[in-house]
Design a protein around this ligand. Sequence first.
Ligand SMILES: [Zn+2]
Length: 236
Amino acid sequence: MSTLQYFCRKLHNLTHPVLGRIFMLHRVVEHRSEDANRELEVTPQFLEQTINDYCNQGYRFVSIDKACAIIANGRSNRPFVCLTFDDGYRDTCDLAYPLLKKLDIPFVVYVTTGFADDTASMWWYGKTEAMNWEQIKALDNDPLCTIGAHTVSHPRLSTLAEEETRKEIVDSKRRLEEMLGHSVNHFSYPHGDYNTTTLQVVNEAGFTSALKAWGGNIRKGDANLLELPRIELNEP
Ligand SMILES: [Zn+2]
């Protein structure tokens, strides 16, 4: 980075203060895998410690609806943290939920509907680790939890034609709404992957927000709710 770029960045950051951050998580497990899936996993102890650390530093934990309102307003007296869990693993219900309930922390679960319907497989785990509809509905019944959509079969959306993109996005929204009995307004891109067609379809489908899989803090002025950055929460 040149000196000029450095100062431009500094100036931008001064005039665009951090509003908060959205953490991306996948699995919460007692014993982490020894293979590449390890990076998708945190222990309940690590999650609890992280939440306590952020609370002690003055952050407040908010729902995705609240986060969107703060971002749209561009104002927050305390920085926020929003916790998100992708894919809809069984342990989100079995291990993450009891902990978040105990600590009274709101969270979002982005469900890939084909995993719950058993029409798509979590190939990276070799067997299904997905929640069933009963578990998804149980989470949905708690006001702490927001259920969002994460496509039907977890594809790389940028590789699909428009018609297939529409099917993946609109059908997952419809399926969730049919099973939960209310509208589903938030989306996250599988693999954080999207293109201009994806954005157009997500917009037309009527989602309030759509989340990427990278990108750092959210700053004042980052008002594009359909390309919200996230930070992966990794356990060392
Ligand atoms: Zn995913």
